[in-house]
Design a binder for this molecule. Structure first.
Ligand code: ATP
Ligand code: MG
Length: 445
């Protein structure tokens, strides 16, 4: 039945031939039963780590011995083999204080987070499923193994894993599990930023992110309290048919499922609550909100320890989201110069989503975005110049003209401006002539 990869089959065979029990376990079983391709295959075994090490000899690497994990090298990559274990007590809401090895598969399945993640699959296709994971899988339900409060208290990352699985798989979170998530959310304070970040980005990219964000802003609000004032904030403006949070989560799910874009959509209006005013006609305004969003987003992404590249990309998209759509050659070339092709395309996607999450009366804006996109595609096809490295002259040409030091850079940028504005062609002779004309101004600055 199941398409267990050859490398994993081989590991299972060697373990069983030596008299041990061995099973595929966790996410790979869940994904196989769902007809999805598992990202990785984990093996669990009754063999103790030293027994696994001895059995596979030089092919075994002790990658996580303390937790009972040995990685077995195969022709097709490594397979993680972990001894059946039960976790001891938990004190820091993060990891067990002790790990005990056991000879019982059921004990091992019991320590796993959700019923759909607590199944084992044998070589012959047998499934071990003591907690009803298959039924939950069939019904699309995410349910804790055991008592939710206890399980979240042991390891608070499970709170976010639940939201992530619900968003990615489109599963409903069972009632007691959901109540446990709300009740225990503060425990997330003990979880490392990097781990929160990884789960959050997967959640945001999930097909069911809208429903999860709608139901659990309080949980996201534990590490990003800035989002909380968006919830229920009536915009009192005819452009909008949703409150700020509803608008935001619609925008999130209207951009392609890529972490930078989903994050930018989540944060684009984060500055709205702080800039909200109501005029004498009772109409709401958010003047200057993009700049406030930019600043808040920067701080939020730093707190989550996002990479510099990721943070800068998201913050730039947030900062630009409320600007006019560039839809002349000149404006598109300028935007290209500032953002580059990849981020300009992202900005267009963000603006599309922002508009689609407003009142349908204003969907006409999509056509303006189409226009900008047509120009962008044409300029790129024409190999239009929008950056210094595309300029038909370089620093050496200008040095030969007698410029030196910072004046060289100033001249290059002045020439680029003229090319981008369409005042001069990106051709060597024309640029050298323009440079001569500009020489007195640029040299003196
Ligand atoms: P994916 O790999 O698709 O993200 P997964 O379910 O395989 O999902 P992993 O982090 O690879 O997730 O973990 C493998 C298995 O280990 C899980 O299916 C689950 O059985 C168990 N597990 C992982 N993290 C936890 C946890 N925090 N608490 C309890 N069990 C866990
Ligand atoms: Mg996995």
């Amino acid at each position: 039945m199941a398409n267990i990869p050859k490398s994993v089959q081989e590991v299972l065979e060697i373990l069983t031939a030596a008299g041990h029990e061995a099973w595929c376990v966790g996410g790979c079983v869940r994904d196989t039963l769902l007809g999805r391709t598992p990202e990785d295959w984990d093996v669990t075994t009754s063999a103790l780590p030293e027994e696994t090490m001895a059995l596979f000899g030089r092919r075994a690497l002790p990658t996580g011995l303390r937790h009972g994990t040995v990685t077995v090298r195969t022709d097709r990559g490594g397979v993680e083999v972990t001894t059946y274990r039960c976790d001891g007590s938990y004190h820091d809401h993060r990891r067990p204080d002790t790990v005990t090895f056991t000879r019982s598969l059921e004990e091992d399945l019991k320590r796993r987070d959700f019923t759909v993640n607590a199944m084992a699959l044998g070589l012959d296709g047998t499934i071990r499923d003591p907690f009803g994971g298959r039924d939950d899988l069939a019904m699309g339900i995410l349910r804790c193994v055991g008592e939710p409060d206890k399980r979240f208290d042991e390891d608070a990352l499970r709170l976010l894993r639940a939201l992530r699985f619900s968003a990615v798989l489109g599963f409903a979170i069972e009632e007691k599990t959901a109540a446990g998530i709300h009740r225990n959310k503060e425990l997330l304070n003990d979880i490392a930023a990097e781990r929160i970040q990884a789960e959050l980005f997967k959640l945001l990219c999930g097909k069911n992110a809208l429903a999860v964000l709608r139901a659990y802003p309080d949980v996201i609000g534990v590490f990003w309290p800035e989002i909380l004032p968006m919830v229920g904030l009536d915009q009192r403006n005819h452009h909008h048919c949703y409150d700020v949070w509803e608008h935001t989560i619609h925008a999130v799910t209207a951009v392609p499922a890529e972490p930078e874009l989903r994050c930018a959509a989540l944060l684009h209006d984060i500055g709205k609550p702080a800039t909200f005013t109501v005029d004498e006609n009772g109409v709401g305004h958010f003047r200057g909100h993009a700049a406030v969003s930019e600043e808040l987003a920067d701080g939020m992404l730093r707190r989550l320890k996002c990479s510099t590249d990721f943070r800068e990309t998201v913050v730039r998209l947030v900062a630009w989201h409320d600007r006019d759509i560039p839809r002349t050659d000149k404006a598109v070339r300028r935007a290209l110069g500032k953002l580059g092709e990849r981020d300009l395309r992202r900005l267009i996607a963000l603006k599309r989503a922002d508009n689609l999450a407003q009142s349908p009366t204003y969907f006409g804006r999509q056509r303006e975005l189409d226009k900008g996109e047509v120009i962008l595609n044409r300029l790129l096809a024409e190999d239009a110049c929008f950056s210094l490295k595309q300029l038909a002259v370089n620093g050496r040409d200008l040095t030969e003209m007698g410029l030196s030091g910072p004046a060289v850079g100033r001249m290059l940028n002045a020439l680029l401006d003229q090319v981008v504005d369409g005042d001069v062609m990106n051709e060597r002779e024309a640029l050298l002539k323009t440079a001569k004309d500009l020489l007195p101004f640029v040299a003196e600055l």
